[in-house]
Design a protein around this ligand. Structure first.
Ligand code: SF4
Length: 445
């Protein structure tokens, strides 16, 4: 295991964490690791996973929640290679981020997918089919996209090809937890490391949800009328009226489907309208596609429940998986081995939400076991939140001010905080490095 560790020495408890993960893998148990930021979970988990991968000839799939979180494991892997350890690694972000056409990156995702499908289907994408692209050494995501596109090949397709033979693939949750992900990853031969696992159930629910809004139904009806799909337009008109009268709350899949009367007509209209739009040279996307996807998902069977909720686009129907825990446990039990890590994982609660087939191997280090009491300052500020919908310049400034105030309370102490870069950017002179220090556990404060 030490061979796959990218530093000269372990931090306190870091070796124990790596050993616990390796022990869990060897005993066939899922590992739940809760340990504070700064302990070095990423490097420890990679060392354990690579050691086990060598023993059982498997590959490592390191899963992160957001596209930016791929950077940390990639930098640990780069460090390992710099120490002479031959480990082949690749990364996967979503297709739109890696598209060579900069102008397509700004489209809503569904429209982007339709455009990409169309360009490929008609042979109009300059970068598709992909050409062989094998950089001499692994590259950071941005450089990789630039280099692949510069070599005339689709960066996403190239990354997928590299991921097939890599020892470690760093990817977003989507690639393991969505049925829509292309099934190229053989989970039975993969060792999973799931980072930020406290957010896994919510993220999996969101990855597997589909929705449609009143505004989309209105736009879809307009498209159906414009392209002469009279029957579909009539069904959508009826659905629009029914949605206007519907109250927020849960409804059954059958009731949601019955709002659209003839889903088959709408699905056929979606295909036809996209074809006609492509023929006339406009973006080959219609909201009919979103409604069609929504209806197809509901017709797949009883795995979903539907929630009607208010949104800026009028009433939204959102189909969410009935049982997220089944999706999570299904993936974990199909994998060769799995470790779930977090800096704030309530282990007992997590186990209630996601029952596992066997008792897990738990490694739980509360913050006050890692940093002596009196040697840290906890700040709770209810006026700031990292909730996605509340993010914005003012919120980031408020967070930056709060962190600065906390640091100034203890001028003699060193501070380590890890806000997102975007959080500190708007505060002008305040840079992320201002708050980062060389502090390590055990250093007197
Ligand atoms: S094939 Fe690749 S480069 Fe072409 S449109 Fe799709 S994502 Fe973009």
């Amino acid at each position: 295991m030490e061979r796959f560790f990218p530093y000269d020495s372990f931090r306190p408890l870091q070796r124990e964490l790596a050993a616990a993960i390796l022990d869990g893998f060897r005993s066939g148990r899922v590992v739940l690791a809760n340990a504070p930021t700064g302990l070095g979970k990423t490097a420890a988990a990679l060392a354990a996973a690579l050691a086990y991968a060598e023993e059982v000839e498997a590959k490592v799939l390191y899963l992160v929640r957001t596209k930016n979180e791929v950077l940390q494991p990639l930098s640990e892997l780069a460090r390992l290679r710099a120490r002479g350890v031959e480990v082949r690694y690749a990364f996967l972000r979503n297709k739109q981020d890696m598209c060579c056409y900069g102008e397509l990156r700004g489209l809503p995702y569904a429209e982007f997918l339709a455009e990409c499908r169309y360009l490929r289907g008609l042979g109009k994408c300059r970068y598709y089919p992909p050409k062989p692209f094998e950089p001499e050494a692994p590259m950071a995501p941005r450089s990789f996209v630039k280099a692949a596109c510069g070599a005339g090949t689709c960066a996403y397709e190239s990354a997928k090809a590299l991921a097939l033979w890599a020892d470690v693939v760093v990817a977003t949750y989507f690639y393991a937890f969505s049925p829509r992900a292309e099934q190229w990853m053989d989970l039975g031969r993969s060792i999973l490391i799931v980072d930020e696992a406290h957010s896994l159930p919510d993220a999996v629910a969101s990855i597997n949800s589909v929705s449609v809004t009143e505004a989309e139904v209105r736009r879809a009806k307009a498209d159906a009328e414009r392209y002469g799909m009279r029957e579909a337009a009539a069904y959508l008109h009826k659905a629009q009226r029914a949605l206007r009268e519907l109250r927020a709350g849960p409804l059954s899949v059958g009731d949601a489907l019955s709002l659209f009367d003839e889903p088959g007509q709408i699905e056929r209209a979606a295909v036809e309208v996209v074809r006609l739009k492509a023929d006339e040279g406009s973006t080959p996307y219609s909201p009919l596609v979103a409604i069609s996807e929504f209806l197809k998902t509901l017709r797949e069977g009883g795995r979903y429940m539907v929630l009607a909720e208010q949104s800026e686009e009028g009433l939204r129907l959102r189909a969410v998986p009935y049982d997220v825990s089944r999706i999570v446990s299904g993936v974990l039990s199909s994998a060769k081995a799995a470790a779930l890590m977090s800096g704030s994982l309530p282990v007992d609660l997590f186990l209630k939400a996601v029952p596992l087939q066997r008792p897990p191997r738990v490694f739980d280090v509360p913050l006050d076991k890692y940093i002596g009491r009196g040697n840290f300052l906890a700040v709770v500020d209810r006026s700031v939140t990292s909730k996605y919908s509340a993010r914005g310049e003012e919120m980031y400034k408020a967070m930056a001010r709060r962190i600065a105030a906390a640091v100034s309370r203890r001028p003699e102490a060193r501070s380590r905080s890890s806000p997102a870069t975007t959080c500190l950017k708007p505060s002008g002179s305040t840079s992320r490095s201002t708050y980062r220090s060389t502090w390590r556990p055990g250093t007197p404060s």
